[in-house]
Design a protein around this ligand. Sequence first.
Ligand SMILES: [Zn+2]
Length: 274
Amino acid sequence: MAVKKAKAKKEEEVVVKEAPKKINPLARPIVRGENTIEDKLRALYQLQLIDSEVDQIRNVRGELPLEVSDLEDEIAGLQTRISNYSEEATALEEQVKMRKQAVKDANAQIKKYQSQQMAVKNNREYDSLNKEIEFQQLEIQLSEKRVKEHTAELAAKKQIIEAAEKTLEERNQDLKNKKSELDSIIAETEKEEKELLSESKKAETIIDERLLTAYKRIRNNVRNGLGVVSIARDACGGCFNKIPPQRQLDIRQRKKVIVCEHCGRILVDPAILD
Ligand SMILES: [Zn+2]
């Protein structure tokens, strides 16, 4: 059995994309009948189809909560980014304002020194004021250089903020859509899932313990969750290996539990639910 299990896993890699044929498991009521092998096989096949539908519901729902939480993370990241950049932009604006004020102050100083120069008594005083003026002129040059730099930086930051805000808006819309999709899927499938689970329980009571355990074990070991498959085009519906004609005949007789010799899945007659 261990060898077969390993083999089943390997074959799974190849066949996992093949969707099982859609059959309504509840088209025929789940009944105990005379408790023959056929009854058990039928209930087992119904159980498989029910469980597959539950799997499908959970698969669809399974990805959405993850997508929603991924989006929420991305949105939180964008918001942090925008708020950091906005703070930096505000600081830059403050800097520009200060530097512009510094230019004004320096110009006022220069004017003051120039008028003082009119009233000086000697060359020494005149030169000393000249030095002050030169110093203020350097201050102006430096401040103007910084204003230019900060303004460019500010424009770049604002561009980043704008882009991030646009992305944020899109992500918020995505989130809203995904959330409502998830809500409606949950609302839509909750009832169906409950019903299927109750039918699944009912089918389980018809199947004996050993068969049920084998079914669950196989189901857990294969990626598509198929422990019971029907014959399809003379092959196993799980691994697609050909089934010899005599074996197919045995399966159609419904007198024994027959497993696929390649993948270990339980094989049933495709017409067992007719
Ligand atoms: Zn097989």
